[in-house]
Design a protein. Structure first.
Ligand code: OGA
Ligand code: MN
Length: 292
C-alpha cells in the first residue's frame, strides 16, 4: 500500500490514500515511521475507525499505555480515552473536558512519558477546537549559545499538579479539578527530565520543558531557575514559524511525537457545540540526552 504525503509546514505533513482500518504491510508502517521522523505531526485524512479499530492501528506503532481514568475510557476498548465536552442527560461528562489546556509534552511528569499520541476526530465543534504545536527541535536549534550553555547538562523538575505551578490555572469546567490537583501535590512525586532531549531515532536535539509540567530546575535555586524558565518559555513562543496549528476535519487521525514537540488544545468552543476526540497513547522510554 502506498500513500501520498505532502508537507503542511516544516513540522507537519498530511497523508492521503491510507486506510488505517486495514492491516498495513511492514513497508507501509516503515514509511509512516520515516514520515514521523521528518514531520513530528502527521495527519491522516478520511479515516473510519471505531474505538477498537483505532486501538488496533495504534498498537502497530507500539504497546499502548493503560489509562487510569477509567470513567472516560471507551467501553469498546479500554486503551482509548474519550476527550469531550459532551454531557449525558443527567449532566455528567462523557469524557475529559480540559485535556491539554496548557502547552506541554504528554506525560513528561512520568519517568517514561508516552512517545506518540493519536487523536481521532469523531466530532468537531462548529467554532474553535484547534490543536497547536511547537517544534522544540527548531526552538533548541535557534536558542542563543548563552542559553544553550546555561542549560547544558541540566535536568528540569516536572510535576502533574496544576496547583503547584503558577504558570497554569485549574479549569472551572471540570468538576473537582482543584481538589484533584491539590491531592496530587503530595500523592504524586515529581520526576526530573533532561532539559535537552535527544531524539531516539534521528539524534536531533530538542528543548524538553513545558509551561504545564516543568516547575523547577534540579539543583538550582528558584531565584535563578524561575527567571531562566521564563526566558526559555518566552523564546519558545518568539517565532510563529516554529508553530503549526491543526484545524481539524471530521475523520482526521493525527499522530504526534512527544519527543520533540509541545502542544496545546486551543479551546474556543462551548457546550452545546460539541467536540469529541478518541485518544490513544503509545508507550515510550526514558528520555535521554546524548551529545551530537
Ligand atoms: C492530548 C491533548 C489536545 C487537543 O490529547 O494530549 O493535548 O486539542 N489534546 O485535544
Ligand atoms: Mn496532550
Amino acid at each position: 500500500m502506498t500513500f501520498q504525503i505532502h508537507s503542511l509546514s516544516p513540522t507537519a505533513a498530511e497523508i492521503a490514500g491510507l486506510d488505517c482500518s486495514r492491516a498495513l504491510p511492514p513497508e507501509t508502517l516503515e514509511a509512516l515511521r520515516a514520515a514521523l521522523k521528518e514531520h513530528p505531526v502527521i495527519c491522516i485524512r478520511d479515516q473510519h475507525l471505531d474505538a477498537p479499530g483505532l486501538g488496533a492501528f495504534a498498537r502497530r506503532l507500539g504497546p499502548l499505555e493503560k489509562q487510569d481514568r477509567s470513567a472516560f475510557c471507551h467501553p469498546d476498548d479500554s486503551d482509548i480515552l474519550i476527550l469531550s465536552n459532551d454531557r449525558r442527560a443527567d449532566g455528567s461528562q462523557i469524557g475529559i473536558v480540559d485535556a491539554g489546556d496548557f502547552w506541554h509534552s504528554d506525560s513528561s511528569h512520568m519517568s517514561e512519558p508516552c512517545r506518540y499520541t493519536m487523536l481521532y476526530a469523531v466530532q468537531n465543534p462548529i467554532k474553535g477546537g484547534d490543536t497547536h504545536y511547537i517544534d522544540m527541535r527548531k526552538v533548541y536549534e535557534a536558542l542563543p549559545a548563552s542559553l544553550k550553555n546555561e542549560i547544558a547538562g541540566c535536568e528540569a523538575v516536572h510535576h502533574v499538579s496544576k496547583t503547584l505551578n503558577p504558570r497554569v490555572t485549574v479549569s472551572a469546567e471540570r468538576a473537582g479539578a482543584a481538589d484533584y490537583y491539590k491531592s496530587r501535590e503530595t500523592a504524586t512525586k515529581s520526576v526530573t527530565q533532561p532539559m535537552v532531549r535527544t531524539h531516539p531515532e534521528s539524534g536531533e536535539q530538542a528543548l524538553y520543558i513545558s509551561p504545564r509540567f516543568t516547575i523547577a530546575i534540579a539543583g538550582m535555586d528558584d531565584a535563578e531557575a524561575q527567571p531562566l524558565l521564563d526566558e526559555l518559555f518566552r523564546f519558545m513562543f518568539s517565532n510563529p514559524a516554529w508553530q503549526y496549528t491543526h484545524k481539524w476535519r471530521d475523520n482526521d487521525l493525527v499522530i504526534w511525537d512527544n519527543a520533540c514537540l509541545n502542544h496545546m488544545a486551543g479551546g474556543g468552543y462551548e457546550y452545546p457545540d460539541v467536540r469529541r476526540m478518541h485518544r490513544a497513547t503509545v508507550a515510550g522510554d526514558r528520555p535521554f540526552y546524548r551529545a551530537s
